[in-house]
Design a protein around this ligand. Structure first.
Ligand SMILES: NC(=O)c1ccc[n+]([C@@H]2O[C@H](COP(=O)([O-])OP(=O)(O)OC[C@H]3O[C@@H](n4cnc5c(N)ncnc54)[C@H](O)[C@@H]3O)[C@@H](O)[C@H]2O)c1
Length: 423
């Protein structure tokens, strides 16, 4: 059956989009080249970190279906590409899945279709990289079909802001492309914000993503500095955030996880001219520095753990260490990029005996070995030489834990002042 919308890529970005559109009465088909993903979704099994199972069931009841058959792409009015763009070895985004999705779409593209890219990309990608792929079968963007970019802005687990009430930025190749994309998103989002063009919309993604990394890096640098000075940074932040203007509090932590890697356009070699006719050719220093500072945090946490044990006459070698919370975000099961794995690896390499506790993670492996899971949190904390809080899930009673644990190192500043060692 023809659908209004095809979502290409049914992961943490594509499925919530498909869900919001389906809920608003839009006929949606999901395309994903991975047959296992397609089979799971059609059977009501949600990919981790994407949707609640009940939401998927409701979508299926409303007629949503997933398919690996690209022929469906020729029967829709709008196609949104949500293919993955993971950072490669050299930190540059790997755009190959976007290219594969674009080729599948191009082969079936019909005139008057609106195509939107939502994957995280560098400024210039929509017109310099995606457009030629979509035009390979003769249709021209801006003349025969509409082409736009719209940054994904999901915050998994956020109960106040979902897709429908988060303003949607759109920027098209032409004003008519922008309007076509705006009309599409306007069917299920409350507010549309028009960027001047695709590059401005892409640069919004760059600004928003890097804002997070740079600000967390500043907080992390302050954490190391304040510890050396003997200053309680958590108290500093508590006071600073009372300033009603010009300050937003960011907090340090054991490292930055999550799906959104920092975006540095200098790492984009694929389409320099003509997409970047005036590429400045100098690095984004703040982004590089943020990556450097944030990537040092897991090692720093292990150093602090060793120092704390040492103060109490113990060494890391042979110490029983309990890791609490191994996901990248509180109260979610998603482990993408979580610093817990590097911290666990470093602790194992130094001879610690690891166990972990996480209500959202039934099994956890480090260095290809399963790490024992603590069933009883309080018993495990009492038994461990050191308890290391890496993620503050809401279910953790930290006051109680601080009393039970032999030593508690809190990397989230979640324990009351004086109750534990804090980052
Ligand atoms: N997760 C977020 O919160 C978030 C927010 C904003 C932007 N983004 C961006 O959105 C993009 C997708 O991220 P995600 O988290 O949904 O990824 P994901 O890994 O959760 O899912 C990607 C899906 O795309 C499928 N896929 C792979 N190749 C494909 C192709 N050629 N055509 C169609 N589908 C294909 C995969 O099988 C998978 O099901 C990335 O660029 C990411 O940076 C993510």
């Amino acid at each position: 059956m023809p659908a209004d919308l095809a979502v290409l890529g049914l992961g943490s970005t594509g499925l919530p989009l498909a869900q919001a559109a389906t809920a608003a009465g839009v006929g949606v088909i999901g395309y994903d080249p991975d047959p296992a993903t397609v089979a799971d979704i059609n059977a009501g099994r949600v990919p981790p970190g994407s949707l609640a199972a009940a939401d998927l069931r409701r979508m299926l009841a409303c007629g949503f279906r997933a398919t690996a058959d690209p022929a469906v792409l020729g029967r829709v009015r709008t196609a949104v590409i949500c293919a993955p763009t993971p950072p490669g070895e050299d930190h540059a985004l790997d755009l190959s899945a976007v290219a594969t999705a674009a080729r599948a779409l191009a082969a079936h593209l019909r005139p008057h279709t609106t195509v939107v890219l939502e994957s995280a990309v560098y400024p210039g990608t929509t017109e310099g990289y995606l457009r030629p792929l979509l035009e390979s079968h003769g249709l021209r963007a801006g003349r025969d079909f509409h082409l736009a970019y719209s940054p994904g802005r999901l915050d998994p687990g956020n109960r106040a802001f979902q897709l429908a009430n988060t303003p949607k930025v759109v920027g098209g190749c032409t004003p008519a492309c922008t309007e076509a994309a705006a009309a599409f998103y306007g069917r299920f989002t409350e507010r549309i914000v028009r960027a001047r063009g695709t590059r401005e919309a892409e640069a919004v993604k760059l600004l928003e993503t890097n804002y997070r990394h740079v600000n967390i890096a500043f907080a992390n640098e302050m954490a190391v500095f304040c510890h050396d000075l003997g200053v309680d940074l958590w108290d500093v932040i508590r006071c600073a955030e009372t300033k009603p203007f010009g300050f937003q509090a960011f907090r340090p932590g054991p490292g930055v996880g999550g799906p959104a890697a920092p975006l540095d356009p200098n790492a984009a070699p694929h389409f320099t001219p003509p997409a970047h006719p005036r590429l400045p050719g100098h690095p984004l220093r703040m982004v590089e520095l943020a990556q450097e500072v944030n990537s040092r945090m897991p090692r720093y946490v292990v150093q602090r753990a060793a120092a704390l044990l040492n103060e109490h006459g113990k060494s890391l070698r042979g110490a029983r260490v309990l890791l609490l919370g191994v996901t990248y975000k509180a109260d979610l099961a998603d482990q993408q990029g979580a610093p817990a794995r590097e911290i666990g690896t470093r602790l194992l390499e130094l001879g610690a005996q690891l166990c972990y506790h996480d209500p959202y993670v039934p099994q956890w492996r480090v260095m290809d070995r399963p790490v024992p899971r603590a069933d009883s949190l309080w018993e495990a904390a009492a038994d461990a030489d050191l308890t290391l809080l890496l993620q503050h899930h809401r279910t953790y009673d930290l006051q109680g834990l601080a009393v039970k644990a032999q030593l508690l190192l809190d990397t989230r500043g979640a324990t009351p002042a004086g109750a534990a060692a804090r980052l």
